[in-house]
Write a new protein. Sequence first.
Length: 371
Amino acid sequence: MYTDWLIVGAGLTGSTLAERIASQRRESVLIIDQRDHIGGNVYDEYNEYGILTHKYGPHIFHTNSDEVFNYLSHFTSWCPYYHKVLASVEGQLVPIPFNLNTINKLFPTQMAARLGDKLITEYGYGARVPILKLREVEDTDLNFLADYIYRNVFESYTRKQWGVNPEDLSPAVTARVPVLASRDDRYFQDTYQAMPQYGYTNMIRRMLAQPNIRVMLNTNWQDVKEEIQYKRIIFTGPIDEFFNYSQGQLPYRSLNFNIQTHDQNKFQDAAVINYPNDYNYTRITEQKWLTGQKHTHTTTITEYPIPHISGKTIPYYPIPSEENRRLYGRYDDKAKEISDTVIFAGRLGNYQYYNMDQAVAQSLAIFRKLP
Ligand code: FAD
Ligand code: UDP
């Protein structure tokens, strides 16, 4: 079997590159995936109750990139959606990211006013302060606040999610959810925040609907690599797997999802409730908040973080740390030696904690640089 391009992985990365190559260069693309569906981790489907459900955990689209938003808009229309998250802290449900409203909910009035004023004076109204930065502050009140937030919001959640303390990860991980010196309760502050009107799978199906793209599901690259002839390959699976783990295994975190449908219209008071301190799950998402779907029943997804075991669990999260970056660097060096024929891309191919928009942005950048 011959194809100009073999793309391993029909997630957002593989699908973006397939679409660009097929539509702009008019070359043939064979895209394979070991799963029985397209979309990778953004895959959504209607469950047995008819509720649109994100099979691999809640996915909310947000970006500051005009290019990414305009590109995806060729394949979907959008429903505007501002994502809001509450966290269970000391018996109360409070807004996350931690902001002035959260302070007001958790502390007595005068104290809250003092802490809020100090935060604004130190960093400026609207500032986004990573918790690990806030912890370096010298002011006694702000130091108390930093310690409170660290202990009640970040410490246990991070240990559950990653299996290590916040300090043992790249600071960028906890900086994804900064402390906000404002009253902005939205989880993201990006220019574009929206959900694809008919879901992610529908969007990806439209990306791949081209005469010169062939899709083969239930197909593991390991099983077909000798049979398919191609000019070039784009690999969006785990880079360590591609090289037979020759440099050692890159660590990932995995998740178990408990997806339940309840015989009630509404389950909880926000799209997502985080449980930093209790239970062995991190968060519960109620699907209908994300999609705006109306239904008599409601579906929830509870996320239980677990260690990843190669071949047994899905490698959902690369673990960003200095040590892992060095190990990835060794694979990247090997990748450079074969860059004429193999391109590594995506969250697993690049071992990067990409959001959806970053996966698309990187794919568009790769496409632009193709000789
Ligand atoms: P993937 O979706 O992982 O696709 C890789 C594909 O390669 C998979 O389908 C896999 O089956 C296939 N594959 C791997 N190895 C092989 C092989 N050997 N042979 C054949 N096929 C193979 N981003 C956001 O922007 N907003 C969010 O709210 C958000 N929430 C998330 C929640 C969770 C729980 C997770 C895990 C991620 C979330 N993300 C979110 C990130 C988002 O999922 C990724 O950015 C995006 O899916 C990356 O796409 P990808 O194509 O690079 O990787
Ligand atoms: N985090 C936390 N408590 C929270 C929310 C986030 O400790 O209530 C930390 C945790 O380490 C988490 C990281 O911030 O993994 C990034 O959170 P995000 O919601 O972006 O994670 P994702 O949606 O990618 O799982």
